[in-house]
Write a protein that binds this ligand. Structure first.
Ligand code: IK2
Length: 399
């Protein structure tokens, strides 16, 4: 139609574009360490046994009626216990407004729209670098973005001093987006002590913390440990916001299951806030899908299935941690002149290798290894079968 003549092709998504290029490559020994999705040691996607068992249990037993606008009550309850703790007083006092979201992306987006609607003059401080889609989400919510220092290129670790300066220099009551664990793309997380200092400074400044927790359990293998940053902020009395996702830690990528929660002053405020979160969902997609939420609440609601899940999520984390060690050791065995300590210091799905876009291009052209041009390696794509090949290519490209 002539109406769309001025519609330009959208720019390629930096992450999904890598997968397209990988799929188009006919080379048999090609390696995909681009997309952030777990793969087993044969490079294959994994459906957790706890998920298959939950599916078996619910098969034929649920109807196709609409969920309430806020989504599955059971899934929300289980999600809040996971993020805030089994014995959280905030849950007991009904101070948390929460809705089922379309995975982590949906949770971030509804929050961004909520922030825009109820704090129209606010901005959001986003770490440098961050998951590329964060910029799109708050842009489309019309919330102006500011950057805060996070990654330190020289040490390939956290630039804590610069981070604290930005927190101190931001206007009082600023909104900050924080990765709860397994920072994407750097794999660099503050230590527990650093989180305590950040929380203290947020208190002094009256800043608002919005935690994006897309990897709880997937980082260390222990969901309680991976929620430590949130628990520190809660102990300090911060009224945080939190986006949860079951894409990675339960392998429910395509089921789009997540939860958005906002800590309120009291039950009355939580009821009001929840009703407004639902109002944002209503014109966007009306209500969320049934199946994935039922899988999550079946697993988390059954002690045996939850135990099975805890073992499986630890298994995924352990495999990745093992590949970090293997990649680093292979590079050191090759006599690389560079330090690769950051490969094992970093945590979660990704290793921020420090390779330049040109070096990444060489890996792709000469070795058919695919990763985003920022040098981020999705460790889930590394296997005992390709780690030697990958190390050799990285060594050749960086020596
Ligand atoms: C920090 C963060 N938040 C949120 C999300 C949202 O994930 P989802 O909406 O699937 O729950 C993701 C998923 N990232 O996708 C993998 C990649 O970077 O290659 C994420 O990394």
């Amino acid at each position: 139609s002539s109406l769309w003549r001025n519609v330009e092709p959208a720019p390629k998504d930096p992450i999904l574009g890598v997968t397209e290029a990988f799929l188009a490559d006919p080379t048999p020994h090609k390696v995909n360490v681009g997309v952030g999705a777990y793969r087993d040691n044969n490079g294959k996607p994994v459906v957790l046994e706890c998920v298959r068992e939950a599916e078996r249990r619910i098969a034929g037993s649920f109807n196709m009626e609409y969920l309430p606008m806020g989504g599955s009550v059971n899934m929300i309850e289980e999600s809040l216990k996971l993020a805030y703790g089994e014995n959280s007083d905030l849950i007991k006092d009904k101070r948390i407004a929460a809705i089922q979201a379309l995975s982590g992306t949906g949770a971030c987006r509804i929050f961004a729209d909520f922030q825009r609607r109820f704090c129209p003059d606010s901005q959001i401080y986003i770490p440098v670098p961050t998951w590329s889609n964060h910029h799109n989400i708050w842009r489309d919510a019309h919330v102006p973005q500011k950057m805060y220092h996070y990654y330190h290129p020289e040490t390939k670790g956290l630039d804590f001093a610069a981070l604290m300066d930005d927190i101190k220099n931001a206007p009082n009551g600023s909104f900050f987006l924080l990765h709860a664990c397994a920072h994407n793309p750097t794999g660099v997380d503050p230590t527990e002590e650093q989180w305590r200092e950040i929380s203290h400074q947020f208190k002094v400044k009256g800043h608002f913390a919005f935690f994006d927790m897309a990897y709880q359990g997937f980082a260390s293998g222990n969901p309680e440990k991976d929620a430590k940053a949130i628990r520190i902020f809660l102990e300090d009395g911060h009224p945080i916001g939190c986006a949860q996702s079951y894409a990675k830690n339960m392998g429910l990528y395509g089921q789009r299951v997540g939860c958005l929660s906002v800590v309120c002053e009291d039950e009355k405020q939580a009821v009001a806030v929840k009703s407004q979160l639902q109002q944002l969902a209503r014109p966007m997609y009306s209500n969320p899908p049934v199946h994935g939420a039922l899988v999550v609440s079946t697993i988390l609601g059954d002690p045996n299935l939850k135990k099975l899940w805890l073992g499986e999520v630890k298994g995924m984390a352990d495999r990745i941690i093992g590949m970090r060690t293997a990649l680093r050791e292979n590079l050191e065995k090759l006599g690389s002149p560079l330090s690769w300590e950051h490969i094992t210091n970093q945590i979660g799905m990704f290793c921020y290798s420090g390779m330049t876009p040109e070096q990444v291009d060489r890996l792709t052209k000469e070795y058919h290894i695919y990763m985003t041009r920022n040098g981020r390696i999705s460790m889930a794509g590394v296997t005992t079968g390709n780690v030697g090949y990958l190390a050799n290519a990285i060594h050749e490209a960086t020596k």
